[in-house]
Design a protein around this ligand. Structure first.
Ligand code: CU
Length: 132
């Protein structure tokens, strides 16, 4: 009995460092957010992020047309781990029909930023981004 308990403890706490489950949120794991681009809207169209928290925002184009995640001021203000997905100049992400791309970032400062699809803002394909 005592032997099996010690074996169990050794399993969990080998080498003296206990790795029993903890409930503290792991800040190194990004929070996932999905933004769907369709003909002609963002869903959701109001995005809220918290300062200092890593995010993975998956942009998914479910429309039949090419769409853009155009947010130059926001993209300038964040620390982006995936800058290669931006167009030259850095102001937006372009997605063809069915395409998906992930923005991995941390925002350091609070702010409010406009979001649009540069091709379809006339059709109401706009939104906003807040960092709190
Ligand atoms: Cu569009």
């Amino acid at each position: 009995m005592r032997g099996s308990l010690m074996a169990l403890l050794a399993l969990h706490c080998g080498a003296g460092v206990c790795t029993l489950p903890v409930t503290v949120a792991d800040r190194s794991v990004p929070e996932d957010v999905t933004v769907v681009l369709s003909d002609y809207r963002f869903s959701p169209d109001h995005l809220v992020f918290r300062r200092g928290v890593p995010y993975r925002v998956l942009l998914v184009n479910r429309g039949k047309e090419l769409h853009e995640f155009t947010a130059p001021a926001f993209l300038q203000a964040i620390t982006l781990d995936t800058p290669e997905i931006l167009v030259p100049g850095g102001g937006e992400v372009v997605l063809g029909p069915g395409e998906r791309k992930a923005l991995l970032f941390i925002a350091a400062a609070a702010g409010r930023y406009p979001l649009s699809c540069a091709d379809h803002d006339w059709a109401g394909m706009t939104g906003d981004i807040a960092v709190e």
